[in-house]
Design a protein around this ligand. Structure first.
Ligand code: FUB
Length: 307
């Protein structure tokens, strides 16, 4: 598999000082990682692929949460959120992200709508990063009615959320087109028009992070998915495309990234399908690797590791 092949590169370049034990979770299939740094811990929210014999499509009914203080030892917490917690939805616990504001934790998720044909973005809220979370709105914040789409065959609208230095919150999402909108301080209402960001080969999975005075918008690129990114001096753009950050992850058509800094180091968190025998596009596993920046702020390509 691809991850085994890059192991020597890692050793030779001496980039990797900490063994990540990839995949980091092996007793369950986990996907679509979204990490939150809060106080002295990292909370990792993931999707959960449920293997079903002979089924080659997503079976995802709940989301999972793990925490760590060292990025190596991960503690699993009780299931924090299920598709059935959204009464208006039909199923499919797809990608999402959690953010903290004023002591509350808001979880934006992609989920299949019960009556509108397609995916929607729901919001769950909790007083604790580990939940339990409950539906914050009682309806979808954003819907993606597929009956109006003629040129797209899939309807993933992975949300990603960001609170800027001035306190303004933003929601990013999209499939084939990246959209964003301001959120009100209550985090559950939009505040202004939806806008579009022009990014080459945008598929899905936007993720915003900031380092020094640069904003980074990384996303799943083409299909099978690589991770590419753009940079800007402002959250409102203009965004300049900077290239590929991560190759197609071993044995999975999708890739999905989360980028954080924790205790002075930068991390790239993603999924692949390398668990022997059953692993694949619908039985994925979350991995963590170190991320390094160049002096001009661009990011070095991530070297995927298998341990
Ligand atoms: O896990 C289901 C979907 O596959 C996610 O929403 C996408 O990001 C892709 O990983």
């Amino acid at each position: 598999c691809k991850t085994a092949a890059v192991k020597d590169t890692v050793t030779n370049t001496n980039q990797q000082s900490l063994k990540m034990n990839n995949p980091i979770i092996t007793d369950k299939y986990t996907a679509d990682p979204a990490a939150l740094v809060y106080k002295d811990k990292v909370y990792l929210y993931t999707g959960h692929d449920v293997p079903e014999k002979g089924v080659q499509s997503y079976r995802m009914n709940d989301w999972l949460v793990y925490s760590t203080t060292d990025m190596v030892h991960w503690q699993e917490h009780p299931v924090p959120l299920k598709t059935s917690d959204f009464a208006w939805a039909k199923g499919d616990a797809w990608a999402g992200q959690v953010i903290e504001r004023n002591g509350k934790f808001y979880w934006y998720v992609a989920i299949t709508h019960g009556t509108i044909h397609g995916k929607a973005i729901g919001i769950a809220v909790s007083d604790s990063p580990t939940g339990p979370f409950k539906d914050a709105l009682g309806k979808a914040l954003i819907t993606n009615d597929m009956t109006t789409k003629t040129n797209i065959s899939w309807d993933d609208i992975d949300p990603s959320v960001w609170i800027d230095d001035d306190g303004q919150a933003y929601l990013f999402w999209g499939n084939t087109v990246c959209n964003y909108v301001k959120l009100k301080e209550n985090m559950i209402e939009m505040d202004g028009p939806m806008q579009i960001i022009d990014l080459p080969n945008f598929t899905e999975a936007p993720w915003i992070h900031k380092k020094k005075d640069w904003y980074y918008l990384s996303y799943a690129y083409q299909f099978p998915e690589k991770i590419a990114y753009a940079m800007s001096k402002s959250i409102n753009g203009p965004w300049e495309y900077k290239g590929i950050l991560n190759e197609v992850a071993g044995n999975s058509n999708t890739n999905h990234q989360s980028i954080i800094d924790f205790k002075g180091k930068s991390y790239f968190i993603y999924h692949n399908g390398v668990i022997p025998t059953e692993g694949g596009s619908f039985r994925r596993s979350v991995c963590v690797d170190r991320l390094y920046y160049n002096p001009d702020g661009t990011m070095k390509r991530v070297v995927m590791t298998s341990e």
